[in-house]
Unconditional design. Structure first.
Length: 190
């Protein structure tokens, strides 16, 4: 069975911005050391990479598809140039109030991974938000939480969402720690 890393984009592969949308190259900054450590993960470990991102209001006049895709295509090409290929890229364009099942933490875009071909208990969501932790819970895998401190903290999780705590396999801000963790769990599985 295949193992997957369901990787968020904004705040995880690239830095989040204050207005939560990246439609110009001026706003694009890659996450520190992501190429080096994710590249090592790809070369040394056996995970399929899947990008999963909510892009609120993509396709509206405030956030045109064309601008987004210029930047997105550059991001994907830049990772590919470093040997980091995403098997699939899933983008939800809705707003939170629409409550669509495709929007993270919903698994509507990810049903193909839930049909038995993937080893979900040994797969991970990697993301910066509590919605990424909840996505991991909904997929029945674990979360590597690049907690950006903008939302809930780990303490609040303990009080408000006790069950989510068990979903968090690692809480860090550094891709180096993500690599070290995945390397360790992969060697333990051998
Ligand atoms: Mg994010």
């Amino acid at each position: 069975m295949k193992k997957a890393l369901f990787i968020d984009r904004d705040g995880t592969l690239i830095l989040e911005t204050d207005d939560f949308k990246i439609e110009t190259f001026e706003k694009l900054v890659f996450y520190p050391q992501v190429f080096y450590w994710l590249g090592k993960i790809v070369r040394e470990l056996d995970y399929e990479l899947v990008m999963v991102t909510n892009q609120d209001g993509l396709g509206t006049p405030d956030f045109p598809e064309r601008d987004f895709h210029e930047v997105q295509d550059f991001i994907v090409r830049t990772f590919a140039n470093e040997g980091i290929h995403f098997a699939d890229i899933h983008i939800d364009k809705s707003y939170p109030h629409e409550n669509l099942p495709t929007r993270k933490p919903g698994t509507g875009m990810l049903t193909k991974y839930m049909q038995g071909d993937y080893d979900l208990p040994n797969s991970f969501v990697i993301g910066d938000r509590i919605t990424d932790v909840k996505l991991a819970q909904n997929l029945r895998c674990k979360c590597i939480w690049l907690n950006d401190g903008r939302g809930l903290g780990a303490d609040e999780i303990t009080e408000q969402h006790h069950e989510l705590k068990n979903v968090i396999a690692l809480d860090t801000r550094e891709w180096e720690k993500v690599y070290n963790f995945l390397k360790k769990v992969s060697s333990a599985a051998l």
